[in-house]
Design a protein around this ligand. Structure first.
Ligand SMILES: [Zn+2]
Length: 267
């Protein structure tokens, strides 16, 4: 699932490529059009001829402003945006293709078919499921505010970090990384944290997310639809050695999602 760092680098990558570009053609997969929250005929007709104004991000949503309207992508578990020449082979998981006058294409792919795409007029963003509840961006929350906000949300730390109403942009992978950086166990209850734990957790949110952005930016063969998370310390590394203490990394699986952490140095 793309999270704040992946979407942030994607935004940076697409902005200079899309700004001012005009959509010359729109194709929607007949089999996957259910992922569009707009009738596919309307989607194709209205986007045709539109020009890209801005690419921005809110939490885990990516938004394209096109001729005054908003194309909103919520990639969920497996949604990916691909940037390619129109001549490139079309992957089976392609949901839509926007062909630009330049001959390049912006494609949306989803192998698990959970992503959602919305095409909404100005002012209608809050009608998108999950939008109105979004808390402030995880990278924008300063310390005393972070501590005050977290008190409103009970529960285990991993779920808390992923609660988009608390702070937005963090999902399954980066929550593991943040908790490892903060040396806190994922199932630990928020109510057991002391003042300096909270400060360390807050610092780790910033360090890990900014570090993720830097690591992705630095990937020499960066392609937006491919996700390389080999730079991570514990997530996806169950059974390997913890880079901080050398203990074997533990992995728990629930509802198809893995939680990776180190019993050696997280408490
Ligand atoms: Zn460790």
């Amino acid at each position: 699932m793309p999270e704040l760092p992946e979407l942030e680098v994607l935004r940076e990558y697409l902005t200079p490529r899309l700004q001012g570009q005009v959509i010359a053609g729109v194709w929607v997969s007949p089999k996957l059009s259910f992922m569009l929250r707009t009738p596919p005929e309307d989607f194709a007709r209205q986007l045709q001829g539109g020009s890209f104004e801005r690419v921005w991000r809110r939490g885990k949503f990516l938004i394209f402003d096109i001729s005054g309207q908003h194309l909103v992508v919520n990639p969920m578990l497996g949604g990916r945006l691909q940037w390619s020449p129109a001549s490139e082979k079309v992957a089976a998981a392609t949901v839509f293709r926007l062909t630009l006058q330049s001959g390049d294409e912006l494609r949306f792919l989803d192998t698990v078919k959970m992503g959602r795409v919305y095409w909404v007029p100005p002012g209608a963003l809050p009608t998108i499921p999950g939008w109105a509840e979004l808390g402030p961006d995880a990278l924008s929350v300063e310390f005393p505010d972070f501590a005050q906000r977290i008190r409103r949300h009970p529960g285990e730390l991993k779920n808390l970090l992923r609660n988009q109403a608390f702070i937005s942009g963090i999902g399954n992978a980066y929550s593991d990384e943040i908790l490892h950086a903060a040396a806190l166990l994922p199932l630990r209850k928020r109510t057991t944290l002391k003042g300096d734990d909270l400060e360390r957790l807050h610092n780790s949110v910033g360090t890990v997310l900014r570090g993720g952005i830097e690591a992705i930016r630095a990937q020499p063969n960066y392609e937006p639809h491919k996700q390389d998370r080999s730079f991570m310390a514990v997530h996806g590394k169950g059974g390997q050695k913890c880079p901080r203490c050398g203990h074997r990394i533990s992995e728990l699986t629930a509802r198809g999602e893995n939680t990776d952490f180190c019993r050696g140095c997280q408490h």
